[in-house]
Design a protein around this ligand. Structure first.
Ligand code: HEC
Length: 104
């Protein structure tokens, strides 16, 4: 009984490390894509918003980065963005901006 529990734990660990390795190999762009998923609920898939929320697909990475920083500092007033953007590091914001700038 104990042995099989241990074996299961080992298998679970092995599976988890395989997934981590795959995620690592996917590289920086995919990390941007993963982070960007939290934006897409509001801004639409790939940032192509069909509704009232502004579309962000294909805007320049510089524009997106500056805009996000200005939401964070409060320089640009917002309803949700100022709060949402506090959850990301500068590097993550750069990767997210890069991801959306490459969407069409
Ligand atoms: C809960 C919904 C929601 C989420 C999640 C969200 N946004 Fe927004 N976003 C908005 C709204 C609403 C605005 C308009 C400004 C405001 O009132 O906050 C906006 C504005 C923006 C703008 C300015 C667009 C322009 O050109 O004027 C950018 C850039 C932006 N969001 C990027 C992002 C990114 C990147 C993420 C993910 C890290 C994200 N947003 C997540 C709702 C959201």
């Amino acid at each position: 009984m104990r042995n099989s529990t241990r074996l299961l734990k080992l298998i679970a660990l092995f599976a988890a490390s395989l997934m981590l390795a795959a995620a690592g190999q996917a590289g920086e762009l995919s990390r941007g894509a993963i982070l960007a998923a939290s934006c897409e609920g509001c801004h639409g898939t790939g940032g192509r918003s069909p509704g009232a929320i502004p579309a962000i697909a294909g805007k320049s990475a510089e524009y997106l980065q500056e805009t996000l920083e200005s939401f964070r500092s409060g320089e640009r007033p917002s309803t949700v963005m100022g709060r949402h953007v506090t959850g990301y590091s500068e590097d993550e914001i750069r990767q997210i901006a890069e991801y959306f700038s490459k969407q069409k």
